[in-house]
Design a protein around this ligand. Structure first.
Ligand SMILES: [Zn+2]
Length: 323
C-alpha cells in the first residue's frame, strides 16, 4: 500500500511532474509562437511600411521628374523669349555718328583730348589730320555749311546746344544723316548758370548735358543715339573747379575737347574773311594734328569755308570726326 501509495504517489508525482513539465513546454511553445507571431506581424508591418515608402518615393520621384521636365521646358521657352528680345527690340547704341561714318572717319576723342593736354600735335597713324569743328549751332547757316562740306565730301564735328536744336528742328537729324558727328555743347551755353563766379557748377553742367542729349535723340527720332564728346562753352581751360567735371567725364568715358587752332570767328570784333584765314594759317602752323574751332552761327565762316577746306586739303590733311 505504502509501496502502491508510493508507487501511486510516485506515479502521481511522476504524472504531476510530467504534466508540469508538459505545461511548461506548452507555455514555452505558446510563448515562442506568440513571439514568432509578433515578430511576423512586426516584420510584415515593417515590410508594408517599406513597400509603401518605396512606392511613395517612386511617386515623388516621378512627380519631381515631371516637374523638372516641365521647368526645363518652361526655362527653355523663357530663354527663347529672352534671346528674342534684344534681337527684335533693342538695337545697338549709336555713338557720335552713323555707324558707317564712324567706321570710315571716326577717331577716338579721348585720345585727342590726351594729345591736346600733352600738346602732342604729331601725325595720327603717319597722317596729317584735321578735325573741323562747328560750335553753337544749329542755326540758319547750318544748311549752307552742310552743302559746302558735301561739295568736298568732307566730314566734320558739330558741337550743338540743346536750345538751338529746339530752335531749328530737323537740323541735328540732317547733320547726322550727312555723316557728320554730333557732340554736346550743353543746353543753354549760359556762363552764369554753368560757371557762376567763373567756377564750375557740376550739377547744372551735367543736367544740361543730359537734357541736350535727350533733345538730340528726339530730333534724330532715335533713342539709341549717344555722344561721348563734350566741348565746354568758353573752353575747358577758362574756368575754375573743372577737376570735378574731368572726374565725372572720366567715369562716364566722356572726352572733353578744346581746340589747338581756330579762325577766330567769335574772338573780339567781327573779322573780315582775310583776317579769319590769316588766323587759321597762324594757329595751324607746325601742327600735324589739328582740332579746328569755328562756329556755324557766323556768316563770315560760312562764306570762307571753301577756302578753309582747300587750305587743309592742299596741305594733305585728312578730315576726321571726333567720336
Ligand atoms: Zn560755344
Amino acid at each position: 500500500m505504502v509501496f502502491l501509495r508510493k508507487k501511486k504517489d510516485n506515479a502521481f508525482f511522476r504524472h504531476g511532474k510530467h504534466k508540469k513539465k508538459e505545461d511548461k513546454k506548452h507555455k514555452k511553445n505558446r510563448t515562442i509562437s506568440m513571439a514568432l507571431l509578433t515578430t511576423a506581424l512586426l516584420v510584415s508591418a515593417v515590410l508594408c511600411f517599406l513597400v509603401y515608402q518605396n512606392l511613395f518615393k517612386e511617386k515623388e520621384k516621378i512627380q519631381l521628374t515631371n516637374t523638372s521636365i516641365e521647368n526645363k521646358k518652361q526655362n527653355s521657352e523663357e530663354s527663347k523669349q529672352v534671346a528674342a528680345v534684344p534681337h527684335d527690340i533693342k538695337e545697338e547704341a549709336i555713338i557720335g555718328a552713323s555707324p558707317d561714318s564712324r567706321k570710315k572717319y571716326g577717331y577716338d576723342a579721348k585720345k585727342v583730348q590726351q594729345r591736346l593736354e600733352d600738346e602732342n600735335f604729331s601725325p595720327i597713324d603717319d597722317k596729317k589730320v584735321v578735325f573741323l569743328t562747328f560750335d553753337d549751332g544749329p542755326s540758319s547757316y547750318t544748311d549752307k555749311v552742310l552743302s559746302v562740306l558735301d561739295e568736298y565730301d568732307v566730314k566734320a564735328t558739330f558741337f550743338v546746344t540743346g536750345t538751338n536744336i529746339e530752335n531749328m528742328p530737323g537740323r541735328a537729324k540732317k547733320i547726322y544723316e550727312k555723316g557728320h558727328a554730333l557732340a554736346n555743347h550743353t543746353y543753354s551755353h549760359d556762363y552764369d548758370k554753368l560757371y557762376p563766379y567763373a567756377t564750375l557748377n557740376l550739377d547744372n553742367f551735367v543736367e544740361e548735358l543730359e537734357r541736350t542729349l535727350d533733345i538730340i535723340r528726339k530730333d534724330l527720332e532715335n533713342n539709341n543715339f549717344t555722344t561721348k564728346v563734350v566741348r565746354c562753352p568758353g573752353g575747358y581751360m577758362s574756368w575754375s573747379g573743372m577737376e570735378k567735371l574731368k572726374h565725372y567725364a572720366k567715369e562716364k568715358e566722356i572726352a572733353l575737347i578744346d581746340w589747338n587752332a581756330l579762325n577766330g570767328d567769335s574772338e573780339g570784333r567781327t573779322k573780315t574773311q582775310e583776317q579769319l584765314l590769316e588766323c587759321m594759317e597762324e594757329s595751324s602752323e607746325n601742327k600735324d594734328m589739328i582740332v579746328f574751332l569755328m562756329h556755324d552761327t557766323k556768316a563770315k565762316t560760312v562764306s570762307s569755308l571753301h577756302k578753309i577746306i582747300e587750305f587743309f586739303k592742299n596741305k594733305s590733311y585728312s578730315f576726321r570726326i571726333l567720336i
